[in-house]
Design a binder for this molecule. Structure first.
Ligand code: ADP
Ligand code: ZN
Ligand code: ZN
Length: 811
């Protein structure tokens, strides 16, 4: 017997291994197996197919071991992977990379790290497990080769796999992606005393050590009111000593357990809150969605900012819960804030799990397993949550469906999670609800064409009015100082005097996007990319936002030798500085990639703002997404022109969405908010529609454009990037490719051309895009042809080293 196996690599096809006689009866598709590739690469692959047919052209190597006693995937998932590989023109191995958490993907590159917090007893370990555990304890980290030497066995994965399952070691996918494990000590009641009467007699029969009893009672109180009890907090609050605690632990009454810090906290005060009663409009929307979903499995909930879409999702999920089925709630990663999590946990408590790629890997496996058994009913997650092994998924909610981050850019699979979810739901017989205040043009088009059901919520909850929007003409301002116009500053001042808060949006981070020599106009560029360097004042460096390289500040012009530089344009850092200068005493915080590293800092900043410890929040896109602050009265868009001036067929759509979304952060509760937009193109139609909150006006205009130029949704785009370290080779290759396509396809090609940024990380880039008709099969045919010519290029002696990146439905 033979097995076709997916391994997490970009191999052109899946390879086949031989199933040794003793493993044949156990092996099933969807299980992980240990296999060798080449002489010394070892992987945990997933069995896709079992067959009796021996490959014609080679002698397959044997599978070394089986890692699972049950498949880790459902057949529907494997079918999804296959579809994705086909549709997005990538390999199933690449899909596996994106889909499976790292702990289920051991390979020769993996490093196994000792988990200091594990709680296994040596007597429960096999000899081999014990041997490796001991070595791990001393060395802290081992790779597969080292483990293999230790065990002197051919097959080592079963041992490693057990150690992972027992939490003795953690997997690091490669040397470069290190994660720190932060731990805290939690105090728990010993299971013996979990039984009511056991605890009662313990307390009744307590004679000596009254301080210990006091501490025990304090513990029981905290556990009841707060759920998880942290050792540190408990000692602080109760005023007890660690010796008293130790005595209770030694007596076997309490246990101390080290846990990872980012582990899900269960808060018993959550999960039992009553659902908000839906307003009349919300209830009507909810019912309209329910009714339409029966006939049309995909639905667009178009609701203005603050209309209570989240409330409706909650009601929809609640229906799913009643049927004891599963629901998936997808959000853009950046919108998956503690605030949002808290909101949902209030209703669903422990039935909900949070899943995204930056989560603790152990926990991701735990969620994987519990979703598979159906124990977890609701998953709130970023796009990768789509790949969990749902037992019975019946509803997928895709919030902020217009958000570009649903598309994975780098690396492959370059998939659009919203579209993939819609396909997957159709295979599962599940329903999809897309939600947005500013639907993507494609989605709204599908609603208008009756392909999707549609519900519109035109009012804010409680009849709250949408904010008024005023434009400030920056052309009329004195040259040089229009970063913050007097009008904007005066409004900020007034808002803060009224004890309200302000959000300022600027789509560029750093201090100044570039420096320019006053004498000759020379601009410092990155050595590796064709990009001007951004000046960061606090760190005092110039930095490349494409490859991350930093450079010391230039003081002398490389072209003319003069020493006078001017700063051009401005970023969030400079706005923050200007605010601090103009409004002394006001507390300003900045939310951008430089200042906010990781989820925790993001959440902290949101919390501080929520608790009014901050007056003004200045930020990039991060302040746009899904935040719900009740005290924000003023939103300022500092430089709207920067959103309007770039060359992309989606520029109007993105600019409208961004401005409308950031406006939506103002006046969400109670008072009507105000939005000030600083712009020089006062007459730009997009600005006008934003001013009137007129999505429909925007759409009517935009859809005409798209139709006229045959852009999506009237066509599909496939974009191809050609990359090479020599510009002329990349250029020749793309023209060679273009010529080979023949006149019929050539007519539909945009380019070849160099993108605006035409060199990144020392590679020159050329691009072209093919517009493909929406006729059935047209995409299939086109892909086939493109692939054919790509293959030819890949064997061409001069061009085979050109890297070609295919992107289907690019952003
Ligand atoms: P959207 O997602 O459409 O922007 P939200 O769901 O965030 O809107 O709702 C906006 C605000 O109004 C939130 O603070 C929410 O708690 C509140 N809200 C919405 N609907 C209700 C309701 N039916 N009862 C109580 N509060 C509500
Ligand atoms: Zn100069
Ligand atoms: Zn660079």
């Amino acid at each position: 017997m033979y097995a076709e196996i997916i391994i997490p690599l970009a191999l052109p096809k899946n390879y086949t291994w031989m199933i040794p006689e003793p493993l044949q009866s156990e092996l099933m598709t969807g299980m992980r197996v240990e296999v060798m590739l080449g002489a010394n690469k070892r992987y945990a692959g997933i069995v896709k197919k079992i067959t009796s047919e021996k490959p014609a052209d080679f002698n397959p190597k044997p599978i070394l071991s089986i890692l699972d006693d049950q498949p880790i995937l459902y057949p529907k998932q494997m079918a999804l992977w296959e579809w994705m590989a086909l549709y997005y023109m990538c390999t199933e191995g690449e899909v596996m990379q994106a889909a499976v958490p790292s702990h289920l993907k051991i390979s020769s590159e993996s490093v196994f790290i000792f988990n200091e917090a594990h709680t296994n007893d040596a007597k429960n370990l096999s000899d081999s497990e014990y041997l490796v555990t001991e070595a791990l304890e001393i060395r802290k980290a081992l790779n597969l080769v080292e483990i293999q030497k230790l065990l002197e066995k051919k097959s080592v994965y079963p041992v490693v796999n057990k150690l992972i399952q027992k939490g003795i070691c953690l997997v690091q996918e490669n040397m470069n992606d290190k994660y720190k494990i932060k731990e805290e000590i939690f105090i728990l009641l010993h299971p013996d005393y979990r039984k009511e009467d056991a605890l009662e007699s313990l307390l009744n029969d307590w004679t000596r050590a009254p301080k210990q009893l006091e501490l025990l009672l304090a513990f029981l109180h905290y556990e009841k009111t707060e759920g998880d009890v942290r050792q540190k907090e408990m000692l602080e609050k109760s005023g007890a000593s660690s010796a008293q605690l130790k005595a209770l632990i030694d007596k076997g009454v309490l246990i101390a357990e080290k846990r990872k810090k980012d582990r899900l906290k269960t808060d018993p005060s959550l999960g039992n809150q009553d659902f908000h009663t839906l307003s009349v409009n919300q209830l009507a929307a909810f019912q309209s969605i329910q009714t339409q979903l029966v006939k049309q499995p995909v639905h667009l909930l178009h609701g203005i900012t603050g209309s209570g879409k989240t409330q409706i999702y909650v009601a929809l999920i609640n229906e799913v819960m009643k049927q004891n089925k599963q629901a998936l709630y997808l959000l853009p990663e950046i919108a998956l804030t503690a605030q949002m999590i808290r909101r949902l946990k209030q209703y669903f408590g422990g039935s909900i799990a949070i899943y995204h790629s930056k989560f603790n890997p152990n926990e991701r496996v735990e969620i994987w397993n519990k979703v598979k058994t159906g124990e977890i009913k609701i998953v709130l997650g970023a796009r990768s949550a789509l790949f969990l092994p749902y037992k019975d998924l019946s509803l997928i909610i895709i919030d902020e469906e217009h958000d570009p981050s649903y598309k994975q850019q780098e690396p492959a699979p370059r998939y659009q999670a919203r579209d993939t979810a819609i396909y997957y739901a159709s295979q599962l017989g599940a329903k999809v609800v897309l939600g947005s205040a500013t639907p993507s043009v494609e989605t709204y088009f599908n609603a208008v064409s009756k392909k999707y059901g549609y519900t519109y919520l035109s009012e804010r909850y409680n009849q709250g009015a949408l904010p008024t929007i005023q434009l400030i003409d920056t052309k009329k301002q004195m040259a040089g100082n229009h970063i913050l116009t007097p009008e904007l500053l005066a409004n900020i001042k007034k808002t803060i005097e009224n004890k309200k808060q302000v959000i300022l949006f600027q789509n560029r981070r750093g201090y100044a996007p570039y420096l320019i020599c006053e004498t000759c106009g020379w601009i410092p560029h990155c050595e590796h990319c064709d990009v001007t360097l951004t000046y960061h004042k606090a760190k005092n460096v110039l930095s490349c936002h494409y490859c991350g390289a930093s450079y010391p500040i230039v003081t002398t012009c490389k072209a003319c030798g003069k020493q006078h530089f001017k700063q051009k344009s401005f970023g969030t850092e400079q706005i923050e500085e200007k605010l601090n200068q103009s409004l002394p005493g006001v507390i300003v915080a900045r939310m951008d990639l430089d200042n906010v590293k990781g989820k925790n800092e993001h959440d902290q900043l949101i919390q501080q703002f929520e608790q009014k410890q901050i007056d003004i929040l200045v930020g990039t896109q991060m302040v746009v997404k899904g935040l719900d602050f009740e005290n924000v009265d003023l939103v300022g868009i500092v430089d709207a022109d920067s959103l309007l001036n770039f060359n992309h067929y989606r520029v109007n759509e993105r600019a409208f969405q961004m401005m409308e979304q950031v406006s939506g952060r103002a006046g969400r509760k109670n008072d009507q908010g105000k939005v000030l937009i600083q712009v020089s193109q006062m007459q730009h139609p997009i600005v006008q529609w934003v001013q009137n909150h007129d999505y429909f006006g925007f759409y009517a205009f935009e859809i005409q454009n798209r139709k006229h130029f045959a852009y999506p949704p009237f066509s599909r785009l496939v974009s191809l990037l050609f990359k090479h370290k020599e510009n002329n080779i990349a250029e020749e290759a793309i023209y060679h490719f273009f010529q080979s396509l023949g006149p019929a396809i050539q007519k539909t090609v945009l380019g070849p051309a160099q993108p605006l940024v035409n060199r990144v990380r020392n590679k020159y880039i050329w691009e072209l895009a093919v517009k493909i008709s929406k006729q059935p099969d047209a995409l299939q045919m086109a892909k086939k042809q493109l692939l054919h010519y790509i293959r030819l290029l890949q064997v061409h002696p001069r061009y085979k080293s050109v890297q070609i990146i295919i992107d289907i439905d690019p952003n």
